[in-house]
Write a protein that binds this ligand. Structure first.
Ligand code: GAR
Length: 222
């Protein structure tokens, strides 16, 4: 008996290139998750049109329409439950989430961040990596915890930093890595292979074989 595909909501605030990578991966019927909803806190998020083009339900819940973070988060939570969502993927969702929302989705909500966490949480990660003289930089997919850009790490990819990199050239290299690891990390979580114990990742069973050309941990198949 095949396991039912998990129903995933992707939360975005902007262009949604990671969202697109997840949608493309989930187009494969063997992928263990289906993208059931794309939810944005901004009506002008470019990703909304891309999701609609792919035939995916979209919703806008504008945070500016709420007097508190808690009320905004409650409205999102209600919508996610109404759509029977199993897992939430944050993909460039640029709002801090309340502790109660994070707790309600504990171990069922993952995020992608453009640095090798715990280095460089927050904004301007590429500029800060260059300023720090890093020779490697990268991206992280992690389970979400109340503290911003923290939580058990599911996967990371590292890319080299060139001496003449600008934040833009480095961002582009990291973004290509983001598009590779986010679908792989979601597949692990949705497939029940990636779980958490003592706030660290546990992999159940055998991991697929390695992804060539990039330093990726854990080793994933392409
Ligand atoms: C991505 O680089 C993502 O890692 C970053 O925002 C960008 C969104 O791009 N997220 C964060 O900084 C969260 N702390 P996208 O909309 O094209 O996926």
């Amino acid at each position: 008996m095949t396991m039912a595909r998990k129903r995933v909501a992707i939360l975005i605030s902007g262009r949604g290139s990671n969202m697109t990578a997840l949608i493309e991966a989930a187009a494969d019927p063997d992928f263990p998750a289906e993208i059931a909803l794309v939810l944005s806190n901004r009506a002008d998020a470019g990703g909304l049109a891309r999701a609609a083009e792919a035939g995916i339900a979209t919703a806008v819940i504008d945070h500016k329409g709420f007097s508190s973070r808690a009320e905004f988060d409650a409205a999102m939570d209600e919508r996610l439950r109404a759509e029977n969502i199993d897992l939430v993927c944050l993909a460039g969702f640029m709002r801090l989430l309340s502790d109660s929302f994070v707790e309600a989705w504990r171990d069922r909500m993952i995020n992608i961040h453009p640095s090798l966490l715990p280095l460089f949480p927050g904004l301007d990660t590429h500029e800060r990596a260059i300023a720090a003289g890093m020779r490697l930089h990268g991206c992280t997919v992690h389970f979400v915890r109340a503290q911003m850009d923290s939580g058990p790490i599911i996967g990371q990819a590292a890319v080299p930093v060139a001496l003449d990199d600008t934040p833009d050239t480095l961002a582009k290299r990291v973004l290509a890595a983001e598009h590779q690891i986010y679908p792989l990390a979601l597949a692990l979580v949705a497939g029940g292979l990636a779980t958490v114990a003592n706030e660290r990742l546990v992999i159940q069973g055998e991991l697929p074989t390695e992804l060539g050309g990039m330093l990726v941990s854990p080793t994933f198949s392409a």
